[in-house]
Design a protein around this ligand. Sequence first.
Ligand code: SF4
Length: 328
Amino acid sequence: MPQTSMSKTSMSQTFNYVFGPVPSRRLGMSLGIDLVPHKICNYDCIFCEIGITKKTVTQRKEYVKKETIIKELDDFLKSYNGKIDHITLTGEGETTLNSGLGEIIKEIKMKYHYPVAVLTHSGNIFDKKVREEISLADVICPSLDAATQEVFEKVNKPHNSIKIENVIEGLIKLREEFKNKILLEVLLVKGINDSYEEITNIGKACSLIKPDMVQINSVDRPGAYPQAIPLSSEELQKAKEIISKYYPKVEVLSRHYQNPEPIKKPIEEIEKDILSMMRRRPLTILDIVISEGIDFFKAKEIILNLLSESKIEEVNLNGTKFYRILKN
Ligand code: SF4
């Protein structure tokens, strides 16, 4: 469930788990915390922005210890004085695989006043213990990209122990038990989960789950597999119309980002932030302009520099240039 990373202060300290805040379409200025390391995940989504899952992982474990996370958060917040709308628990994999999830949420809420959001692929929500832990949050952003096992396997490529009927049932139970906000994301990929039948099935599932909002989205960054092809805005609108026949609280996620406050910091800090952010997802120059509060030409200069140092590479998605980190 990756989202971008960026630090807004000129801090020399390196943060391994805390990142941002980043402008999020759903959560405003979102301070991210990674609860699991790279690709600790029981899905292998074709659209994953951080690459292929070589081996799916199902075991819940304290992949990152609560004490480590809270210490980083304390250190970050000590010197950060910008806007934060949510502290968002996410990961370079599946958030709920961290078995300390509940304790981490409790501790953050005890120490700080920020609302806590959790991003999850929903595959573990069938587990009552996971539901109890995640329900300590203020906002839950689960995903549902299919409603039949066949399409689920094509789009999310889950571990073979995960069945879509259990995912949907888990989400229905979550809604019954959790009184705060649920924003259910449906990510559609052209030719994979965008048939009239499958979107109808998803709409029917939404009518049982009853989230506060269904948010339809598509691929907007290069994915792990070449089949990750985006839908057009018109196709997303059509999908919204189909789902709205079954569940009226549905919207297409806007591609508009909030404007952050302008930031001044040394170029080395900006470069470090950009590389940290690219570890989690490919970026456009516009992403960098918005997140870092720098002008287009400065962002381009930094990108050209990183390209010349072979630290990043350029990739193209539907005519849009993205840049991603080159991992050794
Ligand atoms: S996008 Fe899919 S594969 Fe990637 S981390 Fe999220 S759930 Fe796992």
